[in-house]
Ligand binder design. Structure first.
Ligand code: G3P
Length: 217
């Protein structure tokens, strides 16, 4: 499963990407606003930090305007993926982007039939928001299972990019459900490495090794 970071914090991204396990980045208008920086500047910087796909979201809601904005975003770097909201206007734009060879990430997906429509439109990625579904009282992870079943039933190439991830448990659950990718807040990404028994065990190994008085080098 590919792991993306859901962030515009380029300093933290650079530090985490150095570990070699960050496969890409997703952003959205809220994260861009949080950065306090010009969008094209922060997207260009992110694209220079990671080689993998970097999702940059259009702000327009009408098809023609989405197409103009998406083409501008795609021109920023070769690894830009144009993020488009899951609306009829958005999916009309996705079909044109697919013909033009521009990768797309269809976002704000909350149902399996929405995901079916995005795949029919030729989306490169679909972003089901599982945390927001949980917040809404639904079962976000079950949506990933449903989309996986539908995509496998019909051989759709669209990749499931589980989003709105809140916990390590979410990451485990969407991986079990067969999600192709997940995009995580940096705090959740960092938590993936952690377990109290690992820390305890390492402490014990180091203590016992110190008693040997030996050195490997
Ligand atoms: O950026 C897409 C998605 O991961 C945002 O989800 O619920 O954390 O705003 P949320």
């Amino acid at each position: 499963m590919q792991l993306f970071l859901d962030t515009t914090d380029t300093a933290e991204l650079k530090a985490l990407a150095a570990g070699g396990l960050v496969d890409g980045v997703t952003t959205n208008p809220t994260l861009i606003a949080k950065s306090g920086r010009p969008m094209l500047e922060v997207i260009a910087e992110i694209c220079a930090i990671v080689e993998g796909p970097v999702s940059a979201e259009v702000a327009a809601v009408q098809t023609e305007a989405m197409l103009a904005e998406g083409r501008r975003l795609a021109a920023v770097a070769s690894n830009v993926v144009v993020k488009v909201p899951l609306t009829s206007e958005g999916l009309a734009a996705v079909q044109v982007f697919a013909q033009e060879g521009i990768a797309t990430n269809v976002t704000l997906c909350f149902s399996a039939v929405q995901a079916l429509m995005a795949a029919k439109a030729g989306a490169t990625y679909i972003s089901p928001f599982i945390g927001r579904l949980d917040d809404y009282g639904s079962d976000g992870v079950s949506l990933i299972h449903d989309i996986r079943t539908i995509y496998d039933n019909y051989g759709f190439d669209t990749e499931i990019l589980s989003a709105s991830i809140r916990t390590v448990e979410h990451v485990k659950a969407v991986a079990i459900a067969g999600s192709d990718c997940a995009t995580l807040p940096p705090a959740v990404f960092k938590a993936l490495f952690k377990h109290p028994l690992t820390e305890k065990g390492l402490e014990q190994f180091m203590s016992d090794w110190a008693k040997t008085g030996q050195s490997i080098l």
